[in-house]
Design a protein around this ligand. Structure first.
Ligand code: NIG
Ligand code: FE
Length: 412
């Protein structure tokens, strides 16, 4: 006798995301009217029309049942790029940017990342943990059930390790599954020579992070006046040798070559890509590196968006993320889908795939989260809206009503 853990039934739409059998940017999304999902032992046991699913899995036998009349059931969002561990507040920089200051000008004056580094180094570990848990609560309320979190506001071994420890502890306590990325190469610390700092990252920080086993990925900000391609390569290759899969922030402000580098080193993802060329995109596709687009960052900085349409038409599995950080203060994958549609002309179906299945690929979770299919983990959202289109369509409000993680209601 199996335990029927959860049934949601009578939904206006079940947005079932699975692997694509055929080509096309939104392949793998099936919308089922009057749909239902049944969960047994944390795993999805059935997805289909209510009449069929409830015949085998009667809601009255389930530990929890939800009547989803007028509502939508979709996979929990996967957010594959955040910088959610930090202390301090940079809302005044938001105002400075509105008055015309650029991100780089703020950074050159010691603001931006370096300001968050100062605040984070000064904060005790419990404060960092409490801050992260608060952000995760908001992300969960907006439907994210798996989130990648980077270090990178320590820029010294002790603080980088503390940030990664905080991610690990939050992962144990919070319903969201966390994926940790070491990003000691997020900026060059004040008054340090870049090459000398790269030596520290490679010879001291990376070995310590690898020894503790607290990170799965190694990321680098490959950008003009931050880490050049050669320095970024050194760091990503050193990380890979120590078992950390590469990721790169590439082509955000200028075209430097970080995308080709990401493809070259077999990175799991290349992120931002605002200035990536079609050759860059081809290289990513050939290497199996997932392009992660962060439309919230472009929106907040009022810059051009990445060329999502060009990438999708070339056949790239475009993923979306919030890039939640003090410079891009959005916890909402739903809002990222709005920006993806309005700013980058993605369709709502492409945006949903980008925010779930492709996002899971960007953190090397090819068979688990970001799907709604039989045998997959029961990470779901119930939306107070009649279709998945209403997520990008309803901007500025949160349509997520209930969040289910491993078959348990964890929000709503
Ligand atoms: O991905 N571009 C570099 N890193 C972050 C911003 C971090 C910050 O400004 O604190 C990003 O947007
Ligand atoms: Fe980032």
């Amino acid at each position: 006798m199996t335990d029927l853990q959860f049934v949601v039934h009578g939904a206006a739409e079940v947005a079932a995301v699975s692997d694509a059998d055929d080509a096309g940017p939104a392949a793998g999304l099936e919308t089922i009217a009057d749909g239902a999902v049944a969960v047994v032992d944390g795993e999805i046991a059935a997805v289909g029309e209510t009449a069929t699913v409830t015949r085998d899995y009667p809601p009255e036998n389930a530990a929890t049942a939800i009547d989803a009349a007028g509502k939508t059931v979709q996979p929990g969002f996967v957010d594959p790029h955040t910088h959610a561990v930090f202390a301090g507040d940079r809302s005044d920089e938001f105002e400075a940017k509105l008055r015309g200051k650029s991100y780089q000008e703020i950074m050159a004056e010691g603001g931006g990342i370096l300001r968050t580094v100062r605040a984070t180094r000064e904060a005790d570990t419990e404060t960092l943990l409490a801050n992260l848990l608060d952000h995760l609560d908001l992300m969960l309320a907006h439907g994210s059930t798996t989130v990648e979190v980077k270090s990178g506001y320590g820029l010294d071994t002790e603080t980088e390790l503390r940030m990664l420890e905080v991610i690990d502890r939050a992962n144990e306590r919070h319903p969201i599954d966390l994926v940790a990325t070491y990003m000691g190469a997020h900026a060059v610390p004040e008054d340090r020579d870049t090459d000398e700092y790269v030596d520290e990252v490679v010879d001291e920080q990376l070995p310590a992070v690898a020894d503790q086993g607290v990170a799965e990925f190694c990321d680098v900000f490959c950008e003009e006046d931050v880490f050049d391609v050669a320095q970024s390569r050194r760091i990503l290759e050193a990380g890979r040798e120590r078992g950390l899969s590469p990721k790169a922030h590439a082509e955000e402000f200028v075209h430097l070559g970080g995308t080709q580098l990401a493809a070259d080193v077999g990175a799991t993802s290349a992120d931002h890509l605002l200035n990536a060329t079609s050759d860059d995109v081809r290289a990513l596709i050939d290497a199996g590196t997932v392009p992660v687009l962060l439309p919230g960052t472009a929106f907040g900085l009022r810059t051009e968006y990445a060329d999502a349409r060009g990438m999708l038409e070339a056949g790239a599995p475009v993923a979306l993320a919030t890039d939640f950080n003090p410079n891009c203060h959005s916890h909402s994958m739903g809002f990222a889908t709005t920006l993806a549609c309005v700013g980058m002309r993605m369709t709502p179906a492409e945006a949903l795939i980008g925010a779930t299945r492709n996002a899971a690929a960007a953190i090397d979770r090819p068979n688990g989260p970001g799907r709604l299919e039989v045998g997959g983990p029961a990470d779901l959202c119930v939306l107070d809206a009649p279709s998945h289109v209403h997520v990008p369509y309803s901007f500025g409000v949160n349509r997520v009503e209930t969040v289910v993680k491993d078959g348990e209601v964890v929000h709503g």
